[in-house]
Design a protein around this ligand. Structure first.
Ligand code: ZN
Length: 288
């Protein structure tokens, strides 16, 4: 297992972690100042500053991406909605390509309308079919342009609103069905927040192997969790066995960035961005 105790060479910051404090250009500068050499930005943050400017700024700092957030949300109530989702995913792939991301992360979506408070239908099986078709179509284009897609299974508490793929096993089943060659064009983004509890986690990480493990996201699970979306903890403050899980992914060939992704309405988004980044660096060294 790699030794993270002395440097932040393998630390990446998912830019949602300080999105309430700073715009993306400021986040990039603050990361560069601290020798953080990788980030994973969100599309809305990129579009506020402008993708050309962000691409240039990343180059000038020799900063790379550990992923691009995000594509997905493939489900819809009618054909028009499905088409819009497909078009949007094509744009996300183009943006990821422009920023030279190693993969586009997919949060696949679930019951259409549920996120806004009123699901248009209740058949989660149908949502899964639409997701399967959506990923298949996105993959066709992604292969053409050479942009790997990383399906991120989300914790089952998000099964209605955000993702009907909730375990690593389910994500890998889809990968195997759509990309049996395991050539690296389709894989998973493994986020410990969503998967730490899974009794099959170790065996499914082994199944994923090097070609399917495209991104690794960390934070911690607080007890009690006060908000289902935005109460993620800083590494070391919760109950996730972070070093054990990193050991499993590295034993299976993952050698990429450890991406810190913390949505924290109640705590970290309220602190000065400088403190958040400095704490990410310290905890990366001691607790991940
Ligand atoms: Zn994640």
């Amino acid at each position: 297992m790699r030794d993270f105790s002395k440097s932040c060479e393998w630390l990446s910051i998912n830019t949602a972690t300080v999105k309430k404090q700073w715009s993306l250009d400021k986040i990039i500068d603050e990361c560069a100042k601290r020798n953080i050499r990788s980030i994973s930005p969100w599309r809305d943050q990129v579009s506020v500053v402008g993708i050309e400017r962000i691409a240039k700024q990343l180059k000038s700092h020799s900063m790379t991406l550990s992923g691009y957030c995000r594509g997905g949300f493939f489900t819809a109530v009618d054909a028009k909605g499905l088409q819009e989702a497909r078009d949007d995913n094509r744009r996300a792939i183009d943006e990821a390509k422009k920023l030279e991301a190693p993969c586009l992360v997919l949060v696949v979506g679930s019951l259409p309308g549920a996120l806004a408070g009123a699901a248009s239908y209740k058949e989660i099986g149908l949502a899964r079919e639409q997701v399967f078709d959506g990923v298949a179509q996105a993959l066709e284009y992604a292969k053409e342009v050479g942009m790997p897609l990383a399906i991120e299974p989300l914790h089952p508490m998000q099964a209605a609103e955000r993702a009907c793929i909730n375990t690593l096993e389910q994500a890998l089943d889809m990968c195997d069905a759509l990309d049996p060659s395991k050539g690296g064009s389709l894989g998973v983004a493994l986020d410990v927040y969503h998967t730490w509890w899974d009794p099959k986690l170790k065996e499914q990480i082994e199944r994923a192997g090097r070609n399917r493990l495209l991104a690794y996201h960390v934070c911690d699970w607080l007890t009690p969790t006060k908000d289902l979306l935005n109460d993620r903890g800083m590494m070391g403050d919760g109950v996730i066995e972070l070093k054990k899980i990193r050991g499993w992914v590295e034993d299976n060939g993952f050698a990429g960035f450890c991406e810190v992704e913390i949505f924290s309405e109640l705590d970290w988004w309220k602190r000065p961005g400088e403190d958040v980044l400095d704490t990410c660096i310290t905890r990366h060294k001691t607790h991940t």
